[in-house]
Design a protein around this ligand. Structure first.
Ligand SMILES: Nc1ncnc2c1ncn2[C@@H]1O[C@H](COP(=O)(O)OP(=O)(O)O)[C@@H](O)[C@H]1O
Ligand SMILES: [Mg+2]
Length: 497
């Protein structure tokens, strides 16, 4: 009892997909409730219904003991329930201040005009209060990066001083600074007797920050753990419905690889992002690239795939130059971008289109004819072998969960039998079940003699998967570390900062 948020027997379907099946969730004043579950388990659906973004098919909701039926996200916020969504929640073409007071221009009218000066100054206050004073309220939102746009959403929500704050998988997309802002807000809310519902797929993070932890799986509540019951394996088992089988990362410590070089970059320069950087990738090798977010590693990934042209230097595979994406694809190089929603995938298209597009040359008969049956077979093979959770291959990618989107991005390249994969943060925003299957996939590719450049911000993943780790700083490689069972995170971090 004594709960401020109460969801009872909530169900919700999207066509044939049962997103929520008789879900009960309750959160108390003065607590941070964690919500965890694999991608697609229903976390965003349940919380977004509570925050007024969509309707449920059946079930009851209560807020402070009274029936709760918000008519919109703004309505919910005005009554005390705010949510920071997983996706981008700002409008790009307008100013930061207008985003912070979205839908509230009326309260800033001075005669027939909007008093922009007052709006900006109040917006600036809202930004300053959450510790995001580096953002100017007058700036055009589109000119800001993802992190700053997230901070705008946080300022918007916090300006209304909500009693309940839902944070949906926001922290993974943020840097340390952004995370600290969120953690501080969460802690303050808790201290003042308010409530936070914190959604994350990062088990360590969620166990550290939360007072209780509710686990969802396939739209059902599996169990709620009290703080004293937090135990990694028990939570994981509840999430995936079985004990994790086999090892998570690679379990061999033999980092030796054949001499044959399949990809070579020489003396790459590009502003201060790449400074005389050279590297070699061998057959069957996984080379990890680590560093702080502005060290140049994401740019390097794009250069290796011919997506960005360096100011000087060269990339070659099989002795042939890689100067653009077409050449990269001919040389069997594949690339999964860090920002998969805008760069790797076309969200408003089907799984079939997304996977087939990179494989047209493999599907075509006599180079020119695409037989629908062949295309279907090609795509279905990827859907099956990667276990992409979907209704069918015609489903739009925009409706898939993060992990399944990422599987589609992999499917594009695996389908065409890429020999070299450049993966930029491939497991970002992906839960442990999908993560493990991606590691297994990388391992299998390695065994088949394929080669991988693994660009990652996660130390554990770099150490767990790489034959060699190149640590980047200020555009160049500062240190090369070899696979070993004794390598630890501090060894890598030491060279990053
Ligand atoms: N707008 C939508 N249209 C169709 N299916 C959806 C939509 N939103 C969510 N789903 C489906 O509902 C299920 C639950 O999704 P979601 O709540 O986003 O999961 P989570 O946040 O736990 O990753 C998934 O199978 C997802 O594909
Ligand atoms: Mg979600």
């Amino acid at each position: 009892m004594n709960s401020i948020v109460e969801i009872r027997q909530m169900s919700k379907c999207f066509g044939p997909t049962v997103a929520l099946d008789s879900v009960d969730i309750s959160a108390r004043p003065g607590e941070i409730l964690g919500l965890i579950g694999e991608n697609g388990s229903g976390k965003s659906t349940a919380t977004s219904i509570y925050a007024g973004m969509q309707l449920c098919d059946s079930g009851e909701m209560f807020f402070k003991g009274k029936p709760w039926k918000p008519s919109s996200m703004n309505d919910a916020l005005l009554h005390g329930v705010g949510m920071i969504v997983q996706e981008n929640g700002t409008v790009p073409g307008i100013s930061v201040a207008e985003n912070i007071f979205l839908g509230e221009t009326k309260s800033f009218m001075k005669g027939p005009f909007v008093d922009r000066r007052r709006m900006c100054s109040e917006a600036q206050d809202a930004l300053d209060r959450i510790g995001a004073d580096h953002i100017r309220a007058e700036a055009v939102t589109a000119s800001l990066d993802f992190q700053d746009r997230k901070l705008i959403e946080i300022a918007r929500v916090m300006a209304k001083d909500p009693d309940v704050l839902v944070v949906d998988e926001t922290t993974t997309a943020l840097s340390q600074k952004g995370r600290e802002i969120i953690y501080r807000i969460m802690e303050q809310m808790k201290q003042t007797g308010k409530t936070v519902i914190f959604i994350s797929h990062d088990l360590d993070e969620i166990m550290e920050k939360c007072d209780r932890l509710t686990v969802l799986r396939d739209g059902k509540i599996i169990r709620t753990f009290e703080a004293e019951e937090f135990e990694e394996n028990a939570v994981k088992a509840a999430m995936i419905g079985r004990e994790l089988q086999g090892s998570y990362y690679r379990d061999d410590y033999d980092g030796s690889v054949p001499d044959e070089v399949v990809l070579r970059a020489e003396h790459l320069n590009l502003g201060n992002e790449l400074v005389d950087l050279s590297l070699e990738l061998h057959r069957g090798e996984i080379v990890g690239i680590g560093g702080l977010s502005h060290c140049g590693m994401h740019t390097l990934g794009k250069v290796l795939f011919g997506n960005i042209t360096p100011a000087s230097g060269s990339v070659e595979a099989e002795g042939k130059p890689v100067r653009n994406e077409a050449e990269a694809m001919k040389l069997n190089i594949g690339y999964v971008a860090k920002d998969r929603d805008t760069e790797s995938l076309c969200l408003e298209a089907s799984i079939r289109d997304n996977i087939a597009i990179a494989g047209l040359d493999r599907i075509a008969v006599n180079k020119h004819f695409i037989l629908p049956a062949n295309e279907k077979k090609y795509v279905q093979k990827q859907v099956d072998s990667l276990s992409i959770k979907c209704r069918d291959a015609e489903q739009y990618v925009s409706t898939l969960s993060g992990g399944n989107k990422q599987k589609v991005a992999f499917g594009k390249w695996i389908g065409r039998d890429s020999q070299i994969l450049i993966l930029d943060c491939p497991t970002r925003g992906v839960d442990i079940g999908v993560k493990q299957s991606m590691y297994q996939l990388m391992n299998q590719m390695k065994r088949e003699g394929k080669s991988i450049v693994l660009i990652s911000e996660e130390m554990a993943e770099l150490i767990g998967m790489s034959d060699r780790i190149l640590v980047m700083k200020d555009g160049s490689v500062k240190k090369e570390l070899h696979r070993s069972s004794t390598l630890c995170e501090a060894d890598v971090i030491e060279y990053m900062i």
